[in-house]
Design a protein around this ligand. Structure first.
Ligand SMILES: Nc1nc2c(ncn2[C@@H]2O[C@H](COP(=O)(O)OP(=O)(O)OP(=O)(O)O)[C@@H](O)[C@H]2O)c(=O)[nH]1
Length: 392
């Protein structure tokens, strides 16, 4: 399962974001990994279910009237502070945890109510723009430290006649989630001496930066938009980086209210409907929230997760079925499964995602929307419904 890590300074709102995003509703509570442990849970990205193209909505557990929720893993990486790579705060432990993630949501307190160390201050007192870069810098320095500590071994290996720097670095950085292909791309971008003995610190630092950029893309959640000065949010949005305005507290309140039947709201909706059973104070709070959502296109919590998976990681959602006419599995369940796959994936990749042991049992695939057979090199599109025909 794809893994998204929430990172950011203490008090930025990570735990609130995490609690809201992993809050199981009735349908998803049966999911086996809903709570893995305190900081690791299941959340969802939202997409349009292909059942919207049919007369009837599907009966999948994770489809709410055509709003399809596809599981991902969410990690809450508690308070990272500047200097973490030198062991400040809880330091390296958290950086270690980030290595398990495919993509990072950097939760920033856009209200300026949290200072550089993560302590609460008056709203507007701290400039949130100062909080943007430090996660990248901490990760870069930390990774550069790992490269540095391993460099003697690279130098040693370079004396072997079949030394290949791509292989040695891919091996060293695989624990960070870097694939051999990514390492090869990074090395093409990097200007470096042939002989590892001649590498300087600047080469290793640049290597670390490029590897981090490729393997850990970051989206900023400009959080606390319900109280943030608008100007702060606007300045964050002007950055040359992906930024999604969020109110984690608003999302949490809405999920709880929806659970209690007080509002009609599904995660990712841009607005909410207030029911009749609310008291005056609740109505006022919900109306305020509705105004904030109207200004920023929703609470942004679902938007940040979606941006991480669909835009930064460039994934698509594909739906394997056994019956191409009914779009169902063998027991008649319509569109029972949804798989997130990297853009450019083929039916063969989907077959492997469904049955990792398919081996060479793959025969062919049918696009259930067009009812046509598609070749092995067909590139899957968002929302494709595919029947895979195999020998097993
Ligand atoms: N107004 C407002 N407050 C928020 C929002 N999100 C979180 N908060 C508040 O900010 C404070 C800190 O939130 P947490 O979720 O505990 O922050 P954290 O980043 O997990 O902090 P650590 O656990 O210390 O790393 C709490 O009082 C939250 O209620 C938001 O969207 N709006």
């Amino acid at each position: 399962m794809l893994s998204i890590a929430l990172a950011g300074k203490p008090n930025a709102g990570k735990s609130t974001f995490y609690t809201a995003a992993t809050m199981a509703d009735v349908d998803v509570a049966n999911y086996p990994f809903t709570t893995i442990d305190a900081n690791r849970g299941v959340s969802y990205v939202r997409t349009d279910c292909p059942c919207l193209e049919r007369d009837e909505r599907c009966n999948a557990d994770n489809c709410e009237d055509g709003k399809r929720y596809v599981p991902i893993e969410l990690l809450d990486v508690a308070g990272l502070v500047p200097g973490a790579h030198e062991g400040k705060g809880l330091g390296n432990q958290f950086l270690d945890e980030l290595t398990n993630a495919d993509v990072i949501v950097n939760v920033v307190d856009a209200s300026g109510g949290t200072n550089a160390k993560g302590e609460p201050v008056d709203i507007g007192e701290h400039d949130p723009l100062e909080d943007i870069d430090f996660i990248e810098e901490e990760m870069d320095l930390w990774l550069a430290g790992i490269v540095d500590r391993n460099w003697e071994s690279v130098e040693r290996k370079s004396r072997s006649p079949d030394f290949d720097i791509d292989d040695v670095l891919a091996d060293m950085l695989s624990g960070f989630g870097a694939s051999p292909k990514q390492i090869a791309t990074v090395l093409r971008e990097l200007d470096y001496p042939e002989d590892p003995i001649q590498w300087e610190d600047a080469h290793r630092e640049e290597l670390a930066r490029l590897v981090r950029e490729r393997t850990k893309p970051i989206v900023v959640a400009a959080n606390k938009i319900d109280v943030a000065p608008e100007e702060n949010v606007e300045r964050l949005l002007e950055l040359d980086k992906p930024v999604i305005p969020t109110t984690a507290e608003g999302e949490l309140a809405l999920r709880r209210a929806a659970d209690n039947g007080l509002v009609d709201y599904d995660p990712g909706d841009e607005t909410l409907e207030i029911g009749d059973d609310v008291n005056d104070a609740q109505r006022e709070a919900l109306e305020d929230l509705r105004e904030t959502m109207a200004e920023w296109d929703g609470t942004g919590v679902q938007g940040a997760l979606n941006h991480a998976v669909y835009d930064l990681l460039e994934h698509i959602t594909a739906y394997p079925v056994e019956d191409a006419a009914k779009w169902s599995d063998g027991s008649g369940n319509i569109l029972p499964d949804a798989h997130l796959l990297p853009d450019g994936s083929t039916p063969v990749d989907l077959a492997y995602a469904v049955h990792s042991d398919i081996g060479d049992g793959y025969l062919h695939a049918v696009n259930a929307k067009s009812n046509r057979e598609v070749g092995e090199n067909y590139e899957l599109e968002e929302g494709d419904v595919i029947k895979i025909v195999s020998t097993n």
